[in-house]
Design a protein around this ligand. Sequence first.
Ligand code: SAM
Length: 241
Amino acid sequence: MVDDCFGHPRLAAVYDPLDPDRGDLDAYLRIAEETAARRVLDIGCGTGVFALQLAERGIEVVGVDPAHASIDVARAKPGAERVRWIRGDASAVPPMRADLATMTANVAQAITDPRAWAATLRSAYAALRPGGRLVFETRVPARRAWREWTRERTHRVVDIPGVGPVTSWCRVTEVDGPLVSFRWTYVFGADGGVLTSDSTLRFRERREVEDDLAAHGFAVEEVRDAPDRPGREFVFLARRP
Ligand SMILES: C[S@@+](CC[C@H](N)C(=O)[O-])C[C@H]1O[C@@H](n2cnc3c(N)ncnc32)[C@H](O)[C@@H]1O
């Protein structure tokens, strides 16, 4: 099941303009440089922002995402022909001996089902060459980020060229242990259309992720901070031995 914010064509089309500051991707670009990656698998590539940044640098990229509408947005962008786009989860990726696999913007948290998470780690491992790395972030549970996901704090109006003003806000609908559910509401000023999107994220502890990575054959090399969100994210760098 794909969340509407990624899978509904009208919402996928405004994903980038509603969140245009992608400074979060700089750290991933630096890791691609540090590891001299020439071939990258971007799992949960969404609208393709990161995949396209890599492709612009001459890196061979496969982007995979289950949300059809997001992949369609990615495919329509300039330079999209340089990336191989696949609709599906990581298990849909053919063997590729990648140097690096990434999950940017908390994709890992969107994979809430333990079997789907295990399948993602298994598939990422299979897609990497020996020595290749998996890099991804997940929010630090102790920071309880969801307390900030209130209507007052998330409310914004963005005037999007060709679309008109879009008002959006979020509110938490349930907190059930490590699972946090929330609803985004979007009001399209041009025609008064209202859409909602329900999501659930899993907040995993650092130890839990380290154990999951080890159980799937990865060696955890480092757990970094996200430079743009200090203290708020665990960024895992794991290597396929
Ligand atoms: C917050 S978006 C991030 C998109 C992109 N990585 C970025 O940096 O903009 C989360 C993405 O995870 C994708 N996703 C959800 N479940 C997934 C799964 N099982 N495997 C891969 N991607 C998944 C969603 O479709 C969505 O595009």
